[in-house]
Design a protein around this ligand. Sequence first.
Ligand code: ADP
Ligand code: MG
Length: 445
Amino acid sequence: MIPTVASPTLITVDQVSKHFPLPDGKGEFTVLSGVNLTVRSGEVIALLGRSGSGKSTLLRIMAGLIPPSQGQVLSNAKPLRGANNNVAMVFQSFALLPWLTVQENVELGLEARGMKREERHQRALKAIDIVGLDGFESAYPKELSGGMKQRVGFARAFVLEPEVLFMDEPFSALDVLTSENLRGEIDDLWNAHTFPSKSILIVTHNIEEAVFLADRVVILGANPGRIRGEVVIDLPRPHDRTHPRFASLVDYIYTVMTNPEIEVSGQPAVAVAPTPPVLSPYARPLPHVRVGGISGLLELIVDQPQGGDDISRLAERLQLEVDDLLPILDAAVLLDFAQVSQGDVCLTAIGQDFATTTILRSKDLFRQQSLNHVPVLSSILHTLREKPSGSMRADFFLDLWDEHFPHEEAERQFATAIDWGRYAELFEYDASEDRLYLPATPEAS
Ligand code: ADP
Ligand code: MG
């Protein structure tokens, strides 16, 4: 049921930005920038983005749990003030109260709305029935498996009969079979027109899940979080995973997500915010992967008959989540060890060399590529070389990252840079003194 333009708009996100103060107290960290989105009656929207791209923040703003810094949210054409009563949320963490039974957990939201006991009771029983938990009404959460806990999570949202159901990575905490099962049941309810809300907005970092469930996939870019565009899933429902178009949509979205510069083609219903020019090398985030992870992946790819691989098959073969695979691919692309296009990854000549050579030469290659393609590593090296002592307090560098990232992320950037710099033998880090040093015999660059 793909809605038409005539379908009523339930929620409008209008030029929403969100900033949080930076730990240095001077600046702000922009999590979302100029986001526009509409949720219409009768549609399932997947909001797809990597972790940290601001998906949960956007959902919380749309639910009225936190205010935007700029812009506004309209719910049924009225500006949203406070909590949005037209939505209910299913969380990844289930968020059940352990001291209440299944029935009491489900009734909780109705009680908060002041509904009478008998009606509450009847509605909760109905919701519990829909999610297949008949007979478990008086069980406590600790007696339930993860899948059953999340069924309670769904029942608690269903019972509110929200216009729009929000789900924030609802299947991510479950094992593969359980999540597959529950995802299928949710899809069945929707396809049978027995779903207790008019629309669904699901946040996910799983591309296949997005293509399976959604009528359109809205792709969020990071740093700052902004909408890059959307892809319409023009498949009959239920979306058949063996349909060739399913695979090509998944491939296309993989390509988009591994290439931040690509403009998303499809229905450009949303404006693509221009990426601000990046000046400082410390503003460009390093993907958080260890060098061993990069060489491991390249070795796996180079072993493939054509020296290349389809990314979704690769993820499947490695039993890796997209979130784990993409940063490794990013690092390989950043270092010019690999190229990604049309959902395929293939190694460059240097990448093939790196994957197959001796450890000594692979260090040389890694150093060469780091200095040529990772400005922050050459910047650190130059700073150290300018000091007669060849050493510098780590804080100095951490402060530079702090200007661009929340403190925790700044620390992770530092740790990743140290890992890469050490492997390349560009510099050393002494944790007890918290200082960086040039190696004993500095390498020529
Ligand atoms: P996602 O759900 O896509 O993984 P989030 O919306 O949870 O992303 O977070 C996006 C970014 O915003 C992250 O870098 C996170 O650290 C930051 N962030 C989220 N909430 C806050 C907050 N209350 N204060 C400071 N930073 C925050
Ligand atoms: Mg999140």
